[in-house]
Design a protein around this ligand. Structure first.
Ligand SMILES: *Cc1c(COP(=O)(O)O)cnc(C)c1O
Length: 457
């Protein structure tokens, strides 16, 4: 068996999986115990032929693989994989470049430079903005907030890279009451614990109250960071960016934005108004593995002040060969050292869609979400809990028990999968439309599954 034959067979297995997406149960049949039984056992002593390894892995894992790349998976906020991005991901693994340094892969470095500039243009970010391709929005927060920490403390006369946080002026961090937990964890990793954060009250959609932010900012002084949000993970709600940006600016605070999926609205001329003012921020964290539909994992950090970004991240050592062409060494901008050439899938996705294709992908997801809200609202007892501004629909049926029963029945039907949540102390169902593959037919099939579940429950 040649390497070529192995890769050919693997491509066949992959294509078979993709072609099964329409028919297979979205939630897979095997229990975790069954998977342990099929995949476990002692560490093998002897080598096994690679083809046997791949065939057996595919066969044994298949009953535990969720149809996430398919059009009827609406869980959390999870995109699929565009064909060009999936193929570029295979090349990324095949080429196996170490994209930390230009000397670890010049093409990987250049592709990342190009894709980073394309993204800035797509989002309408300031020309000087620097960027980093990281593992997800979580690490994008870490990257951006490290730059924020550097800048606000430098302004207060404190060198945090040299002196750490011991003895530093306290940094106040203002977050919305419905921020994503990854913001808190990023702050924790940066030495800014829960007692540094001030949770600003939010409205019934999860949007920060600008008045409350203004009052909180006025209640003290010193280095400050404000974390706004475009796209609340349940409702899709967007903070009032123009007001929040003006308040942050007036208070001399750094404004960071969590736009894990919501920032993509800026890529659509029709939806851009929803995130108006977002370009006023100092840093932005978003994901490519959600709405751009590249395979896991890929997050994106943008910083309007490249010198703060670089000061927070850059490191050097004697053995790290300076790159000959003064190109961009990625590790000067990322928390990772050795790293996957993450720019390749983003480059491929953007080239395959073009500017209009990205806009259409985002708009199409929002249209599907709108249709879910309109048609599900007609089912007995169904209540749509959010203003459907983006791709998120939050709904419930009569009471917590019935809502759980309907969700259970839809999940068990295998027709679609979405998760539950608690919103304002009540159990709710979240539908997130983030996959390029979701079609009108997928939406119809999912609505039918809800109809059946709602009549049975
Ligand atoms: C998904 C999400 C995150 C975390 O992103 P990861 O890519 O999973 O690290 C942060 N904020 C919001 C609003 C999200 O939806």
């Amino acid at each position: 068996m040649s390497e070529r034959q192995l890769l050919r067979r693997t491509a066949e297995i992959a294509a078979d999986f993709l072609e099964s997406l329409d028919e297979r149960s979205v939630w897979p049949p095997a229990s975790v115990d069954e998977l342990r039984h099929a995949l476990g056992g002692p560490l093998p002593d002897e080598p096994v032929d690679p083809l046997v390894v791949v065939e057996e892995l595919a066969t044994n894992a298949d009953p535990g693989v969720i149809a996430i790349p398919g059009g009827r998976y609406f869980g959390f906020v999870i995109g699929g994989s565009l064909p060009a991005a999936l193929a570029a991901d295979w090349l990324t693994s095949t080429w196996d470049q170490n994209a930390g340094l230009v000397v670890g892969g010049p093409a990987a470095a250049v592709v990342e430079e190009v894709a980073g500039e394309w993204l800035k243009e797509l989002f309408g970010l300031p020309a000087a903005t620097s960027f980093a391709f990281v593992t997800g929005c979580q690490m994008a927060h870490v990257t951006c907030l490290a730059a924020a920490r550097h800048a606000v403390l430098e302004h207060a006369g404190w060198d945090v890279e040299r002196n750490g946080l011991g003895g530093a002026p306290p940094v106040r961090v203002f977050v919305g009451g419905k921020r994503h937990v990854t913001v808190d964890r990023a702050l924790r990793l940066l030495g800014l614990g829960a007692s540094s954060t001030v949770a600003v009250t939010v409205d019934e959609q999860g949007r920060m109250h600008p008045d409350a932010l203004e009052a909180a900012l006025a209640d003290g002084d010193g280095p400050a960071v404000v974390c706004g949000q475009v796209g609340e993970v349940n409702t899709g709600a967007v903070d009032a960016m123009p007001e929040i940006a003006a308040l942050a600016k007036a208070a001399g605070a750094w404004l960071h934005v969590d736009g894990a999926f919501g920032l993509w609205a800026a890529a659509s001329p029709k939806l851009r108004h929803l995130v108006e003012g977002v370009s006023e921020a100092d840093s932005w964290a978003t994901d490519a593995h959600k709405w751009l539909n590249v395979p896991y994992d890929c997050g994106l950090a943008f910083v309007a002040h490249p010198e703060a970004h670089r000061a927070a991240m850059a490191m050097t050592a004697e053995y790290l060969v300076a790159n000959p062409d003064a190109a961009r060494d990625q590790m000067d901008w990322t928390p990772e050292f050795s790293r996957r050439a993450r720019g390749l899938t983003v480059y491929a996705a953007l080239r395959s869609l073009g500017r209009s294709g990205v806009a259409e992908l985002v708009e199409q997801s929002c249209r599907h979400a709108r249709r879910f809200a309109d048609e599900l609202a007609r089912l007995p007892g169904c209540e749509i809990l959010n203003e459907v501004v983006l791709n998120q629909v939050l709904l419930r049926f009569s009471d917590d028990d019935r809502t759980r029963a309907v969700l259970d029945a839809v999940q068990r039907s295998g027709e679609a999968w979405m998760s539950g949540t608690t919103w304002r102390d009540r159990f709710a169902i979240r539908i997130s439309v983030s996959n390029w593959r979701t079609s009108d037919d997928d939406v119809s099939r999912t609505i039918a599954a809800f109809e059946q579940a709602a009549t049975a429950s």
